[in-house]
Design a protein around this ligand. Structure first.
Ligand SMILES: [Zn+2]
Length: 254
């Protein structure tokens, strides 16, 4: 790395999404040019995993996380995917995203969602892989379950829960990844204020959660999230980037 250059790891996005089919090479080039050394693309199903692996074979900087759509409540499908994940576990860097979505799932179905979430926590633990967790409108519940299950190699992505619960997670060593949409989110600003920088990372969650709501997001925008974190923490951008980078690097053991 040359002096003065910033480097990043985009710990969570969906680079293999159809939204990038027409210009993925350009998107990856722009990310590399911005200093993004590694991009973790998260799949949500078996089909999705196959595509993510294809994209990773084409681009050296792209790493794959094998996840399961939090809205899919079928334990049978989860088991089927887990068989495939175990076969290719040397090709993936994490399990996820998996988790809870109480925004979309209500009533009795939440019990099924918890069962599927706990299933994946156990798979991550068995494979000794980090876990990337989705927890929309369910931050408190997701953190409670993770603590109860005793798994602490956890990345809470785009956490929308309270800072109090985030601190409980951080006390167990959980990492919280911040998307570029922080520039338009008071909740994310509060979260960054509360959580020590040693427990923060940057993600793009591309193609969504960009700096502008209706515009396709891409990994190079992690720079926007890092700049906002540096501003909130009142530290130098280069210093903030190095901390965020090394948090992510040691989390994934890259
Ligand atoms: Zn995502």
């Amino acid at each position: 790395m040359r002096r003065g250059e910033l480097r990043f790891i985009d710990v969570h996005c969906h680079l293999h999404d159809d939204a990038f089919d027409h210009d993925r090479d350009e998107v990856v080039k722009r990310a590399l040019k911005s200093g993004v050394e590694a991009i973790v693309t998260s799949s949500l199903s078996l089909m999705d995993l196959k595509k993510a692996l294809e994209v990773a074979r084409e681009h050296g900087s792209v790493k794959v996380a094998a996840g399961f759509d939090p809205l899919n409540l079928s334990i049978e499908e989860a088991e089927e995917l887990a068989h495939a994940v175990k076969r290719i576990s040397s090709e993936i860097v994490a399990v996820g995203e998996v988790g809870l979505d109480y925004f979309s799932v209500r009533g009795k179905d939440r019990e099924k969602q918890i069962e599927v979430f706990r299933f994946w926590i156990n798979i991550a633990s068995e494979l000794k892989l980090p876990l990337i967790v989705h927890s929309r409108s369910a931050g408190k519940y997701a953190i409670e379950i993770l603590i109860r299950e005793g798994y602490d190699r956890v990345l809470m992505h785009a956490f929308d829960g309270s800072s109090g619960w985030a601190l409980k997670g951080a006390s167990k060593g959980f990492l919280f990844s911040i998307p570029p949409s922080i520039v338009r989110s008071q909740q994310k600003i509060k979260l960054v204020r509360a959580v020590p920088i040693d427990y923060l990372a940057v993600e793009s969650d591309a193609p969504v959660l960009g700096p502008e709501a209706a515009v396709r997001n891409e990994p190079s925008n992690v720079v926007v999230a890092a700049a906002k974190i540096a501003e909130i923490k009142k530290i130098d951008l280069a210093e903030a980037c190095e901390i965020l980078y090394s948090n992510s690097k040691s989390f994934f053991k890259f």
